[in-house]
Design a protein around this ligand. Structure first.
Ligand code: FAD
Ligand code: NAD
Length: 666
């Protein structure tokens, strides 16, 4: 039976610090396998007090979230399962709570999720999935979930809720974020039986401390001695920083934004600056004891399933707890479940020992490197031991070794942090971070009001083409598939994108070819200084079935030598000209002094398939903002069944016009 996080916090000395790590269910099976290794390493090297597992709004990740929660439990990590309550069947909720209990989970973060949808917006399949046949209208706000869990499970679960230090951002209504407006609701929600509060991330520490003070001094007294755990988002990359702060309406104080902006073309420097910024933020919060409620200070990290930045931050801030004494640690046997660890005495170099269960991921090329490294490192170790003539002492704790690996030290560290440059969300599908920005599931990232403002009520394919054309010209800031405006590099191919969209080949992603640019190039640059970066042109777009049949013939004859393509539709049909399902296409790569070639963007079948499903779900998400009987809902519903999503990669990156002129005939 696992512990409640509140009991673990209570057991700490009052002046102690602790931290928690949040993970989301990876999009691909390989991502989950790699997260397993990562979680294991972070559990041993960083020793968080607990971990959180996110939940896709509307129950969209129900199975995967429970799977990940179970993995965390199996690694001995105290787990907080997030749960949302709107737009999903009560039976999904009941199953989740029951499964959580069966797994021994004692902690739930009770959330609302998206705004509840009205009946006239739900189609039949949705009504079945959402259980609108069963009445789930009792769930409108998170407080309803808190009350429900208390009613059904008494004190079994420790219940946490979300709070917003800068005020809740509700773009559906034209009102500014306002802590004072939220306060009565947060008070009521907390009084309904809440044990701890976790906050939205922020970069403005003064705003956070003022929020904390407001809560502690609230005359109701409900916040006086409840754990309030500030949320922190490490700066993983410039793009992710920009995107997440914008999506969550998080303010960035000028001092912080200047520091990140000043190094934005150097990914390593961005990460390093981010580590410094977070370290300073944590130190300031640690130093502010008068609003801590007399409780140990906790910090919650939104990891985005990456490890390097978090490992550095918790180490620099001295948040990693001491190891238990040696008699509390059981020595793991080679046949045990879970990787055991070998450490050279006092040397800080640790070597994960593979066991049967983890051997299945050896088929992954990245992990193959790990295994090779392990065996060579092991023989080095043996040789060393032989020369010295004394056997090395095993240290199964090996916190330092794991920490060094999480921070990227040595060849094992390079393998642990191989996905540390996720340029855009869509790096390598084997990365646990692949394809996500918050782990809350498929979303328009817009409220219905905002979506209507942007995209209106299209009733014909011409209307849809017009929206895509405006987006390609930079006149419309977002489309359902591209939540941000196009990157400056896309303006090199504006004419081509406009032509495609105008003829109804609706583009959602693209890049021009680049036959080498300096890594600090204002438009194409990324990665560390003094490097050179390259790109193959690619374009991804929706196309109507009949036109795809024609285009495919052309690709298979004219383009045979120079292009790879992947195509798929909502019904699950799939087409490619690649001969093996394991072949991949590096479309962006960089050569940097002292480093192997870095390939941050890879297009391959597994990532295409994962994205294809999501891309068609986004059509459904868009459709859902219109009443079911409306012409727009009908149009979007029909279109998603008639379209193919196609990605075409042009390999001859020296010929910058090749894709657009020779292949697509634009
Ligand atoms: C730490 C954290 C973790 C999260 N994890 C997830 C996750 O795993 N999956 C996911 O989908 N989302 C997650 N979210 C996002 C969350 O679901 C959304 O922000 C959601 O829109 C609001 O959820 P809530 O629980 O804060 O809602 P609520 O507490 O219901 O509040 C929502 C808004 O309604 C207002 N309100 C509350 N009660 C009333 C009332 N009676 N009358 C009028 N207004 C009221 C509140 O002031 C607030 O403005 C997370 C957010 C945070 C901060
Ligand atoms: N083929 C795959 O395997 C795969 C997998 C996942 C995601 N994706 C694509 O990546 C996109 C999001 O990933 P990201 O966050 O890394 O992308 P991003 O937002 O960084 O965009 C990638 C590139 O596409 C350009 N772009 C954006 N919107 C466009 C549009 N409407 N038309 C033409 N070009 C556009 C951007 O300017 C940028 O250069 C998805 O929309 C999807 O199309 C592809």
């Amino acid at each position: 039976m696992q512990e409640k996080v509140t009991d673990k916090i209570k057991a700490l000395p009052k002046d102690a610090t602790y931290f928690s790590l949040e993970f989301f269910p990876p999009k691909t099976p390989a991502g989950l396998q790699n997260l397993h290794a990562r979680l294991d390493r972070m559990a041993k090297g960083l020793r968080p007090l607990f971990v959180n597992v996110t939940w896709g709004a509307g129950g969209s990740t129900a199975t995967k979230s429970l799977e990940l929660a179970s993995l965390c439990q199996s690694l001995g990590l105290t787990t907080v399962l997030h749960l949302t309550c709107t737009n999903m069947s009560k039976s999904v909720l009941d199953d989740a709570l029951e499964n959580a209990k069966l797994m021994g989970i004692r902690n739930v973060l009770a959330l609302r999720g998206d705004e509840p949808r009205q009946h006239e917006y739900l189609d039949v399949t949705e009504q079945v999935r959402n259980g609108t046949g069963e009445d789930n209208s009792e769930f409108v706000y998170a407080i309803d979930l808190v009350k429900y869990i208390r009613k059904q499970y008494g004190e079994y679960f420790a219940i946490g809720v979300a709070a917003y230090p800068e005020g809740y951002a509700e773009t559906a209504y034209p009102i500014a974020q306002d802590v004072a407006r939220d306060l009565p609701y947060l008070r009521e929600k907390t009084a309904a039986g809440v044990d701890f509060i976790m906050t939205q991330f922020f970069y403005d520490v003064d705003a956070y401390l003022s929020f904390e003070k407001t809560l502690r001094n609230d005359e109701s007294g409900v916040f006086r001695d409840i754990p309030i755990i500030p949320g922190l988002m490490p700066v993983q990359s410039y793009q992710i920083f920009r995107r997440t702060t914008k999506l969550c309406s998080v303010k960035v104080p000028a001092g912080i934004s200047d520091r990140v902006e000043s190094v934005k073309v150097d990914d390593e420097m961005v990460k390093e600056k981010g580590i410094q910024i977070l370290t300073e933020m944590i130190d300031k919060i640690k130093g502010s004891t008068e609003t801590s409620g007399g409780l140990p200070r906790g910090f919650h990290f939104y990891t985005l399933n990456l490890e390097k930045a978090v490992a550095f931050i918790v180490e620099r801030c001295n948040l990693i707890p001491e190891l238990p004494t040696s008699d509390e640690v059981a020595v793991e046997d080679e046949d045990d479940e879970g990787p055991a660890l070998l450490t050279v005495n006092g040397g800080g170099a640790s070597i994960p020992r593979r066991n049967r269960r983890t051997s299945s991921i050896i088929s992954d090329p990245h992990n193959r490197v790990i295994v090779d490294t392990v065996s060579s490192a092991r023989s080095e170790l043996q040789a060393e031991a032989g020369e010295a003539g004394v056997p090395k002492i095993l240290d199964p704790g090996s916190q330092e070794g794991n920490l060094a690996i999480s921070e990227g030290e040595g060849s094992l560290g390079r393998e642990a942090t191989w996905d540390d440059f996720p340029n855009g969300r869509w790096g390598d599908a084997r990365s646990p971070a692949f394809g996500e920005i918050d782990g809350y599931g498929v979303s328009l990232h817009r409220t219905p009001t905002e979506a209507l403002r942007l995209w209106g009520k299209p009733t014909s394919t011409r209307d849809i083409s017009d929206l895509f054309v405006k987006n390609a010209k930079g006149e419309l800031e977002a489309m359902p598939w591209s939540e941000d405006s196009l990157n400056p590099e896309s303006f090199l191919i504006t004419q081509e994108l406009v032509k495609m969209n105008d003829k109804g080949w609706w583009t959602v992603a693209s890049q021009p070819a680049v036959n080498s640019a300096k890594s600090d190039h204002p438009t194409f640059g990324w990665g560390p200084k003094n490097g050179f970066v390259f790109q193959k042109a690619f374009v991804e777009f929706f196309i109507l079935n009949d036109e795809w049949v024609e285009l495919r013939k052309k690709l298979e004859t004219d383009g045979k030598e120079d292009v790879s393509f992947y195509a798929g539709n909502k019904a699950g049909e799939f087409a490619t000209n690649m001969t093996s399902d394991s072949s991949l296409n590096a479309v962006t790569w960089g050569a940097f002094p002292g480093k192997e070639i870095v390939t941050p963007t890879i297009i391959e079948e597994v990532s295409f398939r994962a994205w294809r499903d999501e891309a068609f779900d986004i059509w459904s998400e868009w459709q859902r903002i219109y009443p079911l009987s409306s012409a727009t809902s009908k149009l979007l519903g029909e279109l998603k069944n008639k379209l193919w999503l196609v990605t075409i990669i042009h390999h001859d990156f020296v010929n910058a016009d090749g894709l657009w002129k020779d292949i697509l005939g634009l």
